[in-house]
Write a protein that binds this ligand. Structure first.
Ligand SMILES: [Fe+2]
Ligand SMILES: [Fe+2]
Length: 340
């Protein structure tokens, strides 16, 4: 799913801002840089084999790998509910959605690998806590309504974030996002449908459960768009490079505007007393985001950070025999082909 605050620094401050670019080394480099800038300005796509500045490569590698990590960590809170889905239909839908997220991780790791980092290096950064993933997955899934709410709001926010990345200047990332966005659309609809069934046909307790889930997820979802534009360290450079097309605040506003009516149809209240239509701006105004909470969760101190990371590392360790078997099989096939 889920690019979010992808312009927040890694723990080691791994992405140097453009201002820290080293001096260009030669006239040839200068020419390459000029050609690259002209292609970006002309709206051209950059392919893996094309020359690109180091900082462009690093920024993309950080963003795409954080995005890939978010896809596979995002499988964990939903995975908790596979055995507790209320019907066979809901279980099948949830399994399909979680499997999609694994697929999104695969496309994105493959796109990140085109920038020169190996899959093992990328996963090692995740498993050692060096790499970031979306802070939204550090919140717990307490009831079945959380699963519908994740589909509606979290995947809904992901779509808002990701549709503009289909036009990202780095072609392998843009191509991956086209397919991802189609699948995210299904994720959003299944979540909304699941909540609608409970709100229209459910008991009072089920309706209250939906409202409680929306109360808990609404604000963390608004945080998914990252810090305010003024506080967003890498946004400006990413916009100039055509990696980012719409600013954090504009995307957040689009999400709020699109979601208010959906909440009305659903019959839930969004937990923000300041949420109201502004005739002059032609947008909904909304309240102040608790940025201290956002930075705390990004920094590793959210409700489930350590649990998610431990689960992810366990899954990796438990899967070692599968990777070993696949490699042994591939080696055997290779030997047999050579002998034939
Ligand atoms: Fe999704
Ligand atoms: Fe996804």
């Amino acid at each position: 799913m889920y690019t979010q605050s992808m312009d927040t620094m890694g723990k080691d401050g791994d992405a140097s801002p453009a201002s820290a670019q080293p001096a260009l080394r030669s006239a040839e480099d200068l020419q390459r840089q000029e050609r690259f800038d002209a292609r970006i300005d002309g709206g051209d796509f950059i392919e893996a084999k094309d020359w690109m500045p180091d900082d462009y490569r690093k920024t993309l590698l950080r963003q795409i790998s954080q995005h890939a990590h978010s896809e596979i960590v995002g499988m964990l809170p939903e995975g908790n509910w596979v055995t507790r889905a209320p019907t066979l239909k809901r279980k099948a839908i949830l399994l399909a959605k979680i499997q999609d997220e694994g697929g999104h991780g695969l496309y994105l790791y493959a796109a990140a690998e085109t920038l020169g980092s190996s899959r093992d290096q990328l996963l090692d950064a995740l498993h050692t806590g060096k790499a970031k993933y979306s802070s939204i997955f550090n919140y717990p899934t307490l009831t079945w309504a959380d699963i519908g709410t994740i589909g509606w709001l979290v995947d809904g926010a992901a779509i808002m974030n990701q549709v503009p990345i289909c036009r990202c200047s780095y072609a392998p990332y843009a191509r991956a996002m086209i397919r991802v966005c189609r699948e995210e659309s299904f994720h959003q609809r299944q979540g909304y449908d699941s909540l609608l069934v409970m709100m229209q046909n459910g008991t009072a307790a089920q309706k209250a459960m939906v409202q409680d889930a929306v109360n808990r997820w609404w604000w963390p979802c608004l945080m998914m768009f990252g810090p305010h534009d003024a506080d967003s360290t890498h946004s400006e450079q990413s916009m100039r490079w055509g990696i980012k097309r719409i600013s954090n605040d504009d995307l957040r506003q689009k999400f709020v505007d699109a979601t208010v009516q959906q909440a009305q149809v659903l019959g839930v209240t969004l937990p923000d007393p300041d949420l109201k239509w502004n005739e002059e701006r032609q947008h909904f105004d909304f309240g102040t985001i608790a940025w201290d909470e956002f930075w705390r969760v990004v920094g590793g101190d959210g409700p489930c950070n350590s649990e998610r990371l431990a689960m992810r590392v366990k899954a990796w360790d438990d899967g070692a025999w599968v990777r070993d078997a696949a490699l042994a099989y591939a080696a055997k096939q290779h030997t047999e082909q050579q002998a034939a």
